[in-house]
Design a protein. Structure first.
Length: 341
C-alpha cells in the first residue's frame, strides 16, 4: 500500500523521501530540507490523531522539550509545524540507524563494555535534559537510536522526549501499554505525584539490564501484571543469563532498579560517575567501537628467535661498553698523572 506522505513537500521546505520506522503517535520518515539540500528526519502525527487537540498538544510538547536542549546524544529538533490537510510534523536532524530494541532482537546480548558505554551516553543525554528541567518519562529501548558509522563505531541518540502519555492513554492499544510498562519505575505505576528525575534513572536501569541480559527484567500478559512486578518482585539475577560479567556491574544495575527512589542513584550524574569508575579501560571517546580487528599471534618459534636476538644484542653492547671504559681510563691523561703521583 502506498504511503500518502512520500513525495510530498511539507510547508514548501521538507520533502518526504522514504519511510523509516513507526514512532510514538505517528510515522518517521527520511526527508530533505529542499532549499538547503540537507537530510532531515520528519515525524508526522498520524492523521487520525491530528483531529484531537490534546494529542496535538502532546505531540508539540515533544518538540518544545527538545528544542532548547542541545546534546550530541539527543536527536535534536529543528522545526515544528503543520501543513495543509492538518498534517502536523516535527523535524529533527538527519539520522539513520536502528532502535536498540531491533538491534537486541537481531544480535542478542551486548558485551559488558558496549552496554556500559551506551548507558553512559544515555546518562549524559539525560543529564542535559534534567538540567533543563525535562524528565523523559518514556525512556525505553525503542526510543534509543543506534547508528553504526563507516569506521565500525556506534553513536547513540535518545528520542521522544516529552512524549509520555497522560492518564487517559490516547489511542494506545493494550499491546503498546504492556511494552511501555516494562520500563516504568514503580512510582510511575502507582502515584504520579512522586515522579521525578529518579524515574528516568530506573528506566535507564531497565535498558542497561536489557542490553546485558537480552531481555527486560519484567514481562507479563497485561499491563497490570508488569506494573505489579515492578513494585513487588526482584529482577532475575543477570547470572541467570550469562557468566561473563565483571562483578562490579550487577550492583550498579540493581541500585538503578531499586524499588524505593531513595535507594537509587539520586541523580543521573551520580549514576554516570559510577559507570565511569568501572569503565576506565573502555573506549572513552564519544563514539563506541563495537569490534576491533583481531591481532594475529606470531608463531612461538619467531618469538624465541626474537628473544634470543635481544639477549645477545644486550650482551654485546655491555661488552663494548666495558672495553670502551677501560680504553678511556688508560688513555685519560688526568688518570695517568694521578696514578703516577
Amino acid at each position: 500500500m502506498s504511503d500518502q506522505f512520500i513525495g510530498q513537500t511539507l510547508a514548501n521546505k521538507y520533502r518526504i523521501d522514504s519511510f523509516s520506522r513507526e514512532g510514538d503517535l505517528g510515522k518517521i520518515y527520511r526527508g530533505t530540507h529542499v532549499s538547503m539540500d540537507k537530510p532531515v528526519t520528519v515525524k508526522i502525527l498520524a492523521p487520525a490523531l491530528a483531529v484531537d487537540e490534546n494529542i496535538v498538544e502532546r505531540f508539540s510538547a515533544e518538540a518544545r522539550a527538545v528544542s532548547h536542549i542541545s546534546h550530541p546524544n539527543i536527536l535534536n529538533v529543528t522545526d515544528f509545524g503543520s501543513d495543509k490537510g492538518n498534517t502536523v510534523y516535527i523535524v529533527y536532524e538527519g539520522a539513520e540507524g536502528e532502535t536498540m530494541k531491533d538491534v537486541i532482537r537481531r544480535e542478542g546480548q551486548f558485551s559488558p563494555e558496549r552496554a556500559v558505554q551506551i548507558t553512559r551516553r544515555i546518562a549524559s543525554a539525560l543529564s542535559a535534559a534534567h538540567a533543563a528541567g525535562e524528565i523523559h518519562q518514556n525512556l525505553n529501548s525503542e526510543n534509543i537510536l543506534l547508528t553504526r558509522t563507516a569506521n565500525n563505531a556506534e553513536t547513540v541518540k535518545v528520542l521522544n522526549f516529552g512524549s509520555a502519555k497522560s492518564d487517559d492513554r490516547f489511542g494506545i492499544d493494550e499491546e503498546t501499554d504492556v511494552y511501555e510498562a516494562q520500563y516504568l519505575a514503580p512510582e510511575q505505576c502507582s502515584d504520579a505525584d512522586t515522579i521525578d528525575n529518579r524515574s528516568d534513572i530506573y528506566s535507564l536501569g531497565v535498558i542497561f539490564y536489557e542490553m546485558l541480559a537480552g531481555e527486560v527484567p519484567f514481562t507479563g500478559a497485561k499491563t497490570t501484571d508488569v506494573m505489579f512486578k515492578h513494585a513487588q518482585e526482584a529482577p532475575p539475577p543477570l547470572s541467570a543469563f550469562r557468566h561473563d560479567l565483571p562483578p562490579e556491574i550487577e550492583p550498579l544495575v540493581l541500585q538503578a532498579l531499586a524499588k524505593n527512589p531513595e535507594m537509587r542513584f539520586q541523580t543521573i550524574d551520580e549514576f554516570a560517575d559510577a559507570l565511569a569508575r568501572i569503565s576506565k579501560n573502555y573506549d572513552e571517546t564519544e563514539t563506541i567501537v563495537i569490534a576491533r580487528p583481531a591481532v594475529t599471534a606470531e608463531p612461538a618459534g619467531n618469538n624465541i628467535w626474537k628473544t634470543a636476538f635481544v639477549v645477545l644484542a644486550g650482551i654485546s653492547l655491555l661488552a663494548i661498553g666495558m672495553i670502551y671504559a677501560t680504553s678511556v681510563k688508560q688513555t685519560n691523561p688526568t688518570t695517568q698523572l694521578q696514578s703516577d703521583a
